[in-house]
Design a protein around this ligand. Structure first.
Ligand SMILES: Cc1cc2nc3c(=O)[nH]c(=O)nc-3n(C[C@H](O)[C@H](O)[C@H](O)COP(=O)(O)OP(=O)(O)OC[C@H]3O[C@@H](n4cnc5c(N)ncnc54)[C@H](O)[C@@H]3O)c2cc1C
Length: 412
């Protein structure tokens, strides 16, 4: 613990008063802690989360969470398990923010006001010094202490926590500063890109479907000679595609990648067999009869077969092999090319960040500089929609606090 009378000396300095930094600070009891935040208010991104309602975590067992973090499921396991969704709920309830779990498992503040989540975090940080409107410009390490230089002053501490978030929604203060600070301290950065984002498609033939959603599609992504298939709800937008199946897998997508959509989430073989059976059993019915059996949303069916009125009226028994192929292609493998991902302005998270190979997964301590810690989105961790990103921010914030306290051998 700091004994010096130096007003600018702290035990721990946290850069960024977002979900991870505040949660970390809340668990650093009995230490002299300074939180530096560039915005005039803390937790701005929390206020914007979940459409202002803040989906703060997800229900169910924590073991089901790991797969929601793409390739980084092994890294996140330790922190999530040590401080799981039930602990997070307990924390908020005991700090005056009751929560509710929706039928789909998403957990929100009972008031459905994100401001209640921020209030609970600020309340639990009331012992700490919080400086708002103070952006960190530079950090240095002399082997023992970190010097943290802001646009106002310079502070020192043996422990430094970087919780500056990513690059998405830069208007909320997250402009990638943490990557520069970490790089200056010797850390490698995995190139960031927008995540949990929609994709702009080259083909505009489906743009009239803006606002239409399909409950369960099979989306195949072709890249680098490999095909990966994902399932889930799809939403058509004015720019292309969105909805959970796109958002949650946009971390794997890039400009130029090909997508194929199976609008009926069943194998194309079974659908083709069904079509062949109809050709034999209901040959005198029009093709439209088969299309109607597929259960496609009307507007989607109309758009997919807009140009094929003659084919739709044709008797099933008289369709050619090529026409059957065309019908099957439209329904089970509709091809699109990705023109771009929606940029940082509207992406919900950032993919990439502090290279995880240089961070200890238990305490989220730097393996490069002693006393340096990272939590939240600044790390190369991004979760699916459903409360998984805030759960990561909270669990990782707790892991850092716990790591610092353990190392300091301080009894809470
Ligand atoms: C619109 C939107 C909706 C979302 N909805 C959800 C949701 O419902 N559920 C969910 O789980 N996730 C959601 N997310 C994602 C989630 O909000 C983030 O993953 C999470 O807030 C990350 O927490 P963090 O503390 O790492 O970063 P942030 O919350 O982004 O906080 C970082 C803080 O650091 C500050 N900072 C940056 N640089 C400096 C500097 N140089 N000096 C001082 N301070 C600095 C920033 O101003 C910011 O306040 C949403 C994201 C967005 C954009």
């Amino acid at each position: 613990m700091v004994k010096s009378g130096d007003k600018m000396m702290y035990d721990v300095i946290i850069i960024g008063a977002g979900a991870a930094g505040l949660y970390c600070g809340a668990h650093l009891k009995n230490l002299k802690v300074l939180i530096l935040e560039k915005n005039q208010k803390p937790g701005l991104k929390i206020l914007a989360s979940g459409g202002g309602q803040c989906n703060l975590t997800h229900g169910g067992y924590i073991n089901a969470f790991y797969a929601k973090y793409g390739a980084h499921k092994s890294f996140v396991k330790n922190a999530l398990k040590s401080h799981d969704n039930k602990e997070v709920v307990r924390f908020f309830q005991s700090n005056g923010c009751k929560v509710l779990e929706r039928e789909d498992g998403k957990v929100f503040p009972a008031s459905l006001k994100a401001s209640d989540v921020v209030k609970a975090l600020i309340k639990s940080c009331s012992d700490l010094q919080m400086n708002y409107g103070e952006a960190v410009k530079e950090v240095e390490h002399d082997g023992q202490y970190f010097s943290v230089i802001t646009d106002h002053a310079s502070y020192k501490a043996p422990f430094l926590v970087i919780s500056t978030g990513g690059k998405s929604y830069p208007t909320l203060g997250t402009t990638g500063d943490g990557y520069i600070l970490a790089k200056d301290l010797g850390h490698a950065i995995v190139s960031p890109k927008p995540g949990l984002t929609g994709v702009v498609t080259k083909d505009k033939a489906l743009s009239s479907l803006q606002g239409v959603s399909v409950d369960d599609v099979e989306l195949t992504l072709f890249k680098d000679g490999k095909a990966n298939t994902f399932c889930g709800p799809l939403l058509f937008t004015h720019f292309g595609l969105s909805g959970p199946v796109v958002l949650n897998n946009s971390r794997y997508m890039n400009k130029g990648d090909q997508l194929s959509i199976n609008f009926v989430n069943r194998s194309s073989n079974s659908i083709e067999n069904e079509l062949l059976e109809m050709v034999h059993g209901f040959g005198d019915k029009p093709v439209a009869y088969w299309l109607n059996q597929l259960g496609l949303v009307d507007t989607l069916k109309r758009t997919l077969f807009e140009q094929d009125e003659i084919l739709k009226q044709k008797k099933l028994a008289s369709i050619t092999k090529e026409e059957r192929k065309l019908l099957m292609g439209r329904v089970t493998s509709y091809k699109l090319e990705i023109e771009s991902l929606i940029g940082y302005q509207n992406a919900m998270v950032t993919v990439g960040g502090i290279d995880l190979t240089e961070v200890d997964p238990k305490r989220l301590a730097s393996k490069v500089v002693e006393g340096l810690y990272f939590c939240g989105e600044v790390l190369d961790v991004d979760g699916d929609t459903g409360g998984y990103n805030l759960q990561w921010a909270f669990s990782s914030g707790y892991a850092v606090a716990n790591g610092i306290i353990e190392l300091n051998k301080i009894q809470r």
